[in-house]
Design a protein around this ligand. Structure first.
Ligand SMILES: *Cc1c(COP(=O)(O)O)cnc(C)c1O
Length: 447
């Protein structure tokens, strides 16, 4: 599943983690005061078992846990740390901003500069509004799409994660559009029913749902390239079909680039190798916050004009455009130049190719899929085009692989459904540590 381990009620038998006593002690303390001991479910290691590592330090491509064990990090805070941890220029910008006050609740220049940087990089974005999380960005984009069209329904794709917005926390069976069922307790069925869930990459299902209910659909929201069920790119022509069908029916196309934005290219998935479908609205987060809470939604000026205070669609935030977060984000983006993207590409190709050959040598069925430098390894054979394909994999084999890598000092995402994130700080030494760890982990995966 996407980053919502809450739906998994089962706790797999945990490998013993005698090598992480300090993390185990912190987890015990944490569990007394925080549900599951974590502030975001996937961090709890429920799908791989074992003790989640409590980190105390990050530097470049490395993380160090409470026991003093160092790991090469392939999570990168789930995407933001594109320049590596504690990048000196980002730290300088943060210290500088913080020394002048950490929140004003007024407009300030950093916000303008960050918005200008985003608008300059992303062709379809005339204007942006800054928020504090990707969840807020998608929630606000959907409210705006509903306000603009005056229609209630939202179409999303199974396996696409758009944050924990009530109406987007729904998945559904494959095949045709079904009445969506809530994927979380606490989401009213009526609210989930406003969301129609389709299989990704299925143009027929899209056309069918618009033929039946097109005049009620406010928008289609899609991950520009899916990264929250593992990496699944749109098939050739699929995004074009989204654009064509939404336009025919007067609905908006919202592409969620919270993960792909400023990572797949200096713009994002939009702007990557001939991807040039123009959405109406887009959402951003992760990289653009530089490790701080900053996110955004933006797009067509005539749609954005409906936002308060100019228009009737309300949206606000006490810490929106926070001066420290925007300083970190702006400095991060300013350092994301061609050399950074070239390095991400090189590191991602090297690691994914090595993972693939190690798994092949060990006889482990697998499939590597890329969206530019984002990639993931599915523990199954054959192309993964949608959520049903993604779910049809050997998650137990991934769990063994994950723990072998962890023991060898490589911190992978603790779920088979997550993307592996590299940074420009992954130098040859860090990459070599990963390559060295792969053969034994592949053997462990083979069982
Ligand atoms: C991470 C993510 C979100 C949610 O962002 P948060 O900052 O965690 O709320 C939304 N959409 C996509 C595609 C994401 O990857």
């Amino acid at each position: 599943m996407p980053d919502n381990g809450a739906v998994s009620a089962s706790t797999p038998t945990a490998p013993s983690d005698t090598d992480a006593p300090a993390s185990a002690a912190l987890l015990a303390r944490a569990r007394a005061v925080t549900p599951g001991g974590v502030n975001s479910p996937v961090r709890a290691f429920r799908s791989v078992g074992g003790t989640p590592r409590f980190m105390v330090r990050g530097a470049g491509p490395y993380l160090t846990d409470a026991d003093g064990t160092e790991y090469v990090d392939l999570v990168g805070s789930w995407g933001p740390m594109i320049l590596g941890h504690a990048h000196p220029a980002v730290l300088d910008a943060v210290y500088d901003a913080a020394s002048r006050g950490t929140s004003f609740g007024t407009p300030s220049e950093n916000e303008v500069a960050l918005a200008e940087e985003i608008v300059a990089r992303i062709g379809p974005v005339d204007q942006v509004r800054l928020v504090s999380s990707g969840t807020e960005a998608t929630m606000s984009a959907i409210r705006l799409a509903r306000g603009f069209t005056g229609r209630p329904l939202v179409v999303k794709f199974a396996g696409h994660y758009h944050g924990h917005v009530d109406s987007l926390l729904v998945a559904a069976g494959s095949g045709v559009a079904t009445l969506a069922l809530p994927d979380s307790a606490g989401v009213p069925a009526q609210m989930a029913a406003e969301t129609l869930v389709l299989p990704f990459n299925d143009v027929e299902a899209l056309e069918a749902v618009f033929a039946a209910r097109g005049d009620q659909i406010a928008c289609v929201i899609t991950e520009a390239a899916a990264g929250n069920m593992g990496v699944v790119t749109p098939q050739p022509g699929f995004t074009e079909a989204l654009r064509r069908v939404t336009a025919e029916h007067g609905a908006l196309l919202v592409t969620d680039e919270v993960m792909t934005g400023f990572r797949c290219s200096r713009a994002g998935w939009w702007g990557y190798e001939g991807v040039d479908v123009t959405p109406d609205l887009m959402t951003f987060g992760k990289v653009m916050g530089g490790g701080f809470p900053a996110a955004a939604f933006g797009g067509r000026a005539d749609v954005m004009a409906l936002l308060a205070p100019d228009g009737p669609v309300y949206q606000a935030g006490t810490l929106s455009g926070n001066p420290v977060a925007t300083a970190a984000g702006l400095t991060t983006l300013q350092h994301c130049d061609d050399a950074v993207y070239a390095r991400l590409d090189e590191v991602s190709r090297t690691i994914s190719a090595a993972a693939s050959s190690a798994l092949a040598a060990a006889g482990v069925p697998h499939r590597v899929q890329h969206a530019s430098s984002m990639f993931s390894v599915f523990f199954r054979e054959g192309e993964v085009r949608d959520y049903d394909d993604a779910r049809d994999q050997d998650t137990a084999a991934f769990g063994r692989f994950f723990h072998a890598m962890l023991s060898a000092g490589v911190y992978l995402p603790p779920s088979a459904f997550e993307c592996w994130f590299v940074s420009a700080a992954h130098d040859d030494a860090a990459v070599q540590r990963i390559l060295d760890a792969l053969p034994a982990a592949a053997a462990a995966a083979a069982g």
